[in-house]
Design a protein around this ligand. Structure first.
Ligand code: PEP
Ligand code: MG
Length: 779
């Protein structure tokens, strides 16, 4: 049998039908209303390549050096060509088409999805299971099945398997063919409360196909129902758009919801009852709360997908406050957002602010409270004495301190502001930190047990925190209920160190609004010139590709905005080779950002080559962002260099940071030069508008990103960009402040990028403001 019907499949058939097929089969077998369909089994793919005798050639073709991008591209082309050009044996063709006829009398629109079977691959999506075709009819069915098979051999899939050490011949692929449901209404349902596990169902619903809800294109109605007495809270949203099938082409299209249905409640009481019955059955079947995608057509409820809810705490209690996040290896939480070093502390467990005397204070730059022994780090050798759970006390952190920062339970610096290296990296690592104390290294003693309160910016004497339960930094940042507020304004996340990518992605953010490339380079501990001199250009480009790829993989297909190199020369001077860097009087106003890249196009070409290779590898979610531009001339010159490097500016998304008043005032010209987006770098925009050094603790109280002058610049840029259809976003630290988020949403910004620990609050703030705007518009 080349195909298995969904009702013949159960969860144990992974090897034969892949993850997707097994899950749909299990639901069908449980009598749940899954749209009918069948799976072209993994064995069928295998016999296809073996009987046609293309298997050996196929596996030989992909056995290449994947770091050689030309060889990789050729390998992918050859492998796909072999599959796509090999005809179906007659018998197989007949069996698939006959099965299709049984699904919908030969007229059905079906979804064709690949379902890879290499269960033990860390991320099976890279095995090739990305390929999905919707609204497929008979004529295209066989080709689509073959295309799913060929998707095992995209450049990305080959590269990934090779890197992970997986044998290409050990991965098989099944294809699910399932009737499409022309949903009149659809949505998602959590069978229990997604953060507490309470007996509360949450249903989100909108008109048309479910993609509009899942992708966030529409704010859905929200129904919160008590499972015991079925009492219900309903919030009706204004649903402006819906997705549906275009009758002429069969394609999914977005269209406006008719005026009279926009504020109409989507699901009736009877339908809620039917959904709840379904939810209870699914939860009973799996024995754990589920996150279900559903659809309703002609009054019948269908179930499209179900998976366990991953955000419920093991003990059913609320997920810890994100502000208390800390690496489990480094510390313990008291469950109230405060953390305790793994060694050397005790507390009353009730008040994380403690009763010890304040020894030093500064800017609370990464939240959480932690106790532990202080380790004074003056020179690099001192880093060796930093053990798990210690609190690093230093003048200012540098990139080569990152490994020690990961071990530490807290960080305190003399220097720096909220946008300094210590502040940025500690937030991403989820390690509480205080910066700009001016005197921590001279006031605190090595080995002295202290409590660091990263919210209030105070260092107290003694240990104030009780060990309680371990927490997982990745789990802590996952969105709570509703799992992810659907917002029209995208909420993204900032990433500086690739190691933080998993934690960043777990926030449910809509992508990365800023990936700072310089952190990857600074961690090489050599200037680019030195690294290239010792290791060659290709090694340098590979470092960039690898660093970016780690983040782009984690978020794929969500967009990742990668900023080209922007490190002031004083940071480069700390690295090996730094002696050759110019000694600048004022590095913040000096040789950095796009001005340096344009001055040295030969060096910039390496970064552009890295982007080109990433695009070639299929990372179409990577976007290019240019730092410290001043005007359209900077944009035109860069665009030429992109073209010379083989990057098509029309095909790729790229844009500029707005970090100087000049850039803010010149944005119209930049829009005309072709940028897709403008992103406010408020750290620099503030320092250059107010003449306040962002890293100078003596003027930190004057560093006000909400200053009316800055808000005026921002507001004008948003207005101009909207007129020119250019997206706007913020990726400076201020995007994490609710007041700024409120201002920006009211002004009509397209996206906000926040720090990992702030994403959840910003999502909720954005949702609140958007709902208020909607309400105001109808009042
Ligand atoms: C900014 O200036 O706001 C910004 C995001 O860039 P950086 O902090 O890296 O200068
Ligand atoms: Mg900047």
């Amino acid at each position: 049998m080349a195909v298995l019907w969904l009702d013949e499949i159960s969860a144990g058939d992974l090897e034969t039908v892949g993850g997707k097929g097994a899950s749909l089969g299990e639901l069908t077998g449980a009598g749940l209303p899954v749209p009918p369909g069948f799976v072209v089994t993994a064995g069928t793919y295998r016999s296809f390549i073996e009987e046609a005798e293309i298997d050996e050639e196929l596996f030989a073709a992909v056995d290449v050096d994947v770091d050689d991008s030309a060889a990789l591209a050729d390998a992918a082309d050859r492998a796909q060509e072999l599959i796509l050009e090999t005809p179906f044996p007659d018998e197989l063709q007949t069996e698939i088409l006959e099965s299709y006829h049984e699904v919908g009398n030969g007229e059905a629109f079906v979804a064709v999805r690949s379902s890879a079977t290499a269960e033990d691959l860390p991320d099976a999506s890279f095995a090739g299971q990305q390929e999905t075709f919707l609204n497929v009819t008979e004529e295209a069915l066989l080709d689509r099945v073959r295309e799913c098979w060929a998707s095992l051999f995209t450049q990305r899939a080959i590269y990934y398997r090779q890197e992970q050490g997986f044998d290409h011949s050990a991965v098989n692929i099944a294809v699910v063919v399932q009737q499409m449901v022309d949903a009149e209404k659809s949505g998602v349902m959590f069978t229990s409360h997604p953060s507490t596990g309470d007996a509360t169902m949450i249903i989100e619903a909108a008109w048309g196909l479910g993609e509009a809800v899942v992708s966030g294109a529409v704010s859905p109605d929200n129904y919160v129902i008590d499972r015991d007495d079925r009492s219900m809270d309903v919030t009706i949203a204004e649903k402006k758009v819906m997705h549906e099938k275009d009758e002429a082409t069969g394609q999914t299209i977005e269209r406006e919801v008719p005026e009279d249905k926009r504020t109409q409640r989507v699901v009736s009481d009877n339908e809620i009852d039917a959904l709840m019955d379904l939810g209870e059955r699914v939860e009973d079947h799996y024995g754990e709360p589920q996150d279900v995608e559903w659809a309703i057509v002609d009054g019948d409820v269908y179930m499209l997908q179900s998976r366990p809810i991953t955000t419920i705490d093991e003990d059913g209690s609320d997920v810890a406050d994100p502000t208390g996040s800390v690496d489990a290896a480094k510390g313990l939480t008291d469950g109230s957002g405060s953390v305790q070093a793994a060694e050397g502390g005790s507390t009353d467990g009730t008040d994380s602010s403690g009763t010890g005397d304040v020894l030093v204070d500064g800017l609370g730059s990464s939240p959480g409270t932690v106790s532990g022994p202080a380790r004074i780090v003056i020179k690099l050798d001192d880093l060796d004495k930093v053990s798990e759970g210690d609190i690093i006390v230093t003048e200012m952190t540098m990139p080569d301190m990152v490994p020690a920062m990961k071990r530490a339970s807290g960080i305190i610096t003399d220097e720096g502001g909220m946008t300094s290296h210590a502040a940025i990296v500690s937030r991403e690592l989820g390690v509480p930190a205080i910066v700009g104390t001016t005197n921590a290294t001279t006031t605190l003693e090595d080995g002295q047990v202290v409590t660091l309160d990263g919210d209030k910016g105070a260092v107290l004497e003694g240990s104030e925190v009780e060990p309680d339960e371990e927490t997982e930094p990745v789990e802590e940042v996952r969105p709570q209920s509703p799992v992810k507020p659907m917002t029209a304004t995208e909420v993204k996340v900032n990433v500086s160190i690739p190691e933080a990518a998993e934690r960043a992605a777990a926030t449910g953010a809509d992508g990365v609004g800023l990936l700072r490339m310089e952190h990857m380079i600074l961690s090489l501990n050599q200037t680019p010139a030195k690294f290239i001199a010792e290791n060659g250009e290709d090694a340098y480009i590979t470092e960039l590709v690898e660093g970016i790829r780690g983040v782009a993989d984690e978020f794929y297909p969500r967009p990742v905005r990668v900023r080209t190199l922007d490190a002031p020369t004083d940071e480069f001077r700390q690295l090996e080779g730094g002696e050759d860097e110019p000694d600048e009087h004022n590095p913040m106003l000096g040789y950095r950002g796009i001005r340096r890249s344009l001055d040295r196009p030969d060096v910039f070409a390496h970064e552009l080559e890295a982007f080109r290779r990433l695009y070639e590898l299929g990372y179409d979610n990577v976007e290019i962002m240019l730092p410290l531009v001043n005007d359209a001339e900077d944009i035109y010159q860069t665009k030429e260099l992109m073209k010379e490097a083989g990057i098509d500016p029309q095909r790729r998304r790229w844009g500029a940071m707005i970090e100087t008043p000049a850039a803010a005032l010149s944005v119209e010209g930049m829009a005309e030069a072709g940028i897709d987006f403008a992103s406010f770098g408020t750290n620099d925009l503030t320092q250059y508008t107010l003449a306040v050094d962002r890293n100078n603790e003596h003027v930190a109280d004057r560093f006000d990103e909400l200053h009316p002058a800055i808000l005026r610049l921002i507001s004008n840029v948003i207005e101009t960009c909207r007129e020119h259809d250019v997206d706007t976003s913020i990726c400076g630290q201020a995007g994490s402040k609710p007041e700024m988020a409120r201002f920006l949403v009211n002004e009509g910004i397209s996206s906000i990028s926040a720090n990992i620990d702030a994403v959840r609050d910003v999502q909720h703030e954005v949702k609140r403001v958007e709902q208020k705007l909607l309400l105001d518009s109808v009042r």
